[in-house]
Design a protein around this ligand. Structure first.
Ligand code: ADP
Length: 492
């Protein structure tokens, strides 16, 4: 069983997430509407009653106190009474200043004795007391309950807040009363509502989950299908679709990868055909000449032996280049860096071309003003120079001229290798540094090359973070260049 078989699909995840979200939401609603509802309601009511009492105390000496009290009563559905407090022979006389129901609230039994009682309680409690008492009168006798008709048979509670003012002379005593409606039936109503809501929310969330997951997962499914084709080496693919940014980016990346893979695959095919051609030609020559020398007396000449040696050298050059590229690319080559004279390096390479200049009329120039030193592996730098100069010689034009310029600019030394040959087309320029890339796909024996030279150059120069490039125009020639940091000449 594959690991992916055990995993949930995106659709599954999304549906599960929606379901969990809905369940959590419903639980929170249940808690607030049923379990905490009563406590919450009572707390809100208590705060409201105390606030009203404080507001009256605050306005106690206002001329329009009565209208303020009336407004508070109407707005908050409360009963308010205010008494002036005067001491008399060791006891306290409470004279009504404002009492809407003449000492007796319609749904409470506050009479003068209970006023006295509240006064004593408030006094012993630091001037303020808030209390809940059972309201014995049936709730419906007073006012019909607005919340639910079911409540009509239930008895309500009465919340009373009593405050004695201390900043006035004489002082006043304020009583604010409010009904606490019984919540049991309300909770029952909410519970029925919640059961219906739970069903509706679950249905809606399942519907949204299905629609969303289809919207999200369908394009991913399409992309996966195409990616499987890519794995089967179908490179001519364009990944598209997806209504959201992440998937669009993934599709663009996959399309880009498909094109890159196609290029690599083409290069690989070319490599196999080039390498097999390159290997077969010298091998045929070596076998052919050896057989001739074995079978025909007198053919055992130094010239024939030289041909065999040359072809064997070509073979080993090819194999070495291949090894170099793979080692350089994998970073397996350890550079033996030291301070070296780049100018001498170039001169050394030039010595290899003496025969070519003397016998075949090539002109190879080296222009420089001063010796330049760099910190690098001499073997690798020689490889860079040799590959560039060798290419210039191989692709030199009618004038058979190759020019190498070494110039020092600031802290850098620039080396240019110039030829006046066929040049490189603009389309081919970006690819010539790639492995096995040959502009001339028809492999011509006249131009000896493995298609690896510039790739080796690129890899070595990259190791030294050197700059490099090429300028070329078809029919006019090419200028390959690189620049490295100069170091000081070592002390003798
Ligand atoms: P090769 O061994 O085939 O020369 P390189 O990697 O050195 O491989 O070069 C890659 C390709 O770049 C060559 O096949 C050739 O087409 C092109 N090229 C390189 N140098 C020159 C040059 N000086 N003039 C024209 N084309 C060049």
């Amino acid at each position: 069983m594959k690991l992916t078989d055990k995993k949930l699909t995106l659709r599954g995840y999304l549906s599960l997430a929606f379901l969990i979200f809905s369940v959590v939401l419903i639980i929170i609603m249940w808690l607030f509407q049923s379990v905490f509802f009563d406590a919450f309601y009572r707390t809100v009511k208590t705060v409201q009653v105390e606030k009203c009492a404080d507001s009256i105390v605050h306005n106690i000496e206002e001329a329009d106190l009565k209208s303020i009290i009336k407004e508070i009563e109407e707005q908050n559905d409360m009963d308010i009474s205010v008494y002036s407090v005067s001491p008399f022979m060791g006891s306290t006389i409470l004279t009504p200043v404002y009492a809407p129901h003449e000492f007796m609230s319609t749904h409470s039994l506050i009479n003068m004795s209970s006023v006295q009682e509240y006064y004593q309680k408030a006094k012993s409690n630091g001037g303020k007391v808030t209390e809940k008492t059972e309201n014995d009168l049936p709730f419906s006798q007073d006012k019909p309950n607005k919340l639910s008709p079911l409540l009509e048979k239930e008895t309500s509670q009465l919340l009373t807040c009593a405050v004695i003012t201390d900043s006035t002379e004489p002082s006043y005593f304020v009583i604010v009363e409010s009904d606490i409606a019984p919540v049991a039936s309300t909770v029952e109503t909410l519970r029925i509502q919640l059961i219906i809501m739970t069903g509706v929310i679950l249905l809606i969330s399942i519907f949204i989950a299905i629609v969303t997951s289809h919207y999200v997962s369908k394009p991913i499914h399409d992309t996966t299908k195409k990616a499987k084709l890519l794995a089967q080496q179908n490179y001519d693919l364009t990944f598209s679709g997806g209504n959201y940014k992440e998937l669009c980016e993934l599709n663009d990346t996959l399309t880009f990868s498909a094109h890159e893979l196609q290029k690599v695959d083409e290069l690989r095919r070319e490599l196999i055909s080039n390498i097999s051609h390159d290997l077969r030609t010298p091998l045929t020559m070596i076998t052919g000449y050896s057989e001739v020398m074995r079978d025909i007396p007198g053919e055992n000449s130094p010239e024939n032996i030289q041909i065999i040696i040359d072809e064997a050298n070509r073979l080993s050059q090819l194999v070495n280049d291949l090894l170099d590229v793979s080692k350089l690319e994998s970073g397996a080559i350890a550079m033996e860096n030291k301070t070296l004279c780049l100018t001498d390096c170039i001169k050394d390479i030039f010595k290899r071309y003496t025969k070519l200049t003397e016998q075949e009329g090539y002109s190879i120039e080296f222009n420089y003003a001063e010796d330049a030193y760099v910190y690098a592996d001499p073997l690798r730098i020689s490889q860079v120079l040799y590959n560039l100069i060798n290419n210039a010689v191989n692709y030199a034009g009618q004038d058979k001229t190759v020019i190498v310029n070494q110039t020092v600019k600031g802290a850098m030394v620039y080396v240019e290798v110039i030829d006046h040959g066929i040049g490189i087309t603009r389309e081919n320029l970006p690819y010539i540094w790639d492995r096995y890339y040959k502009v001339d796909k028809e492999h011509k024996q006249a131009v000896v090359g493995t298609g690896l030279g510039l790739s080796i150059v690129k890899n070595i120069l990259n190791q030294y973070s050197a700059e490099y490039g090429v300028k070329s125009a078809v029919g006019q020639g090419s200028t390959f260049w690189f620049a490295m940091k100069i170091v000081e000449k070592p002390k003798e």
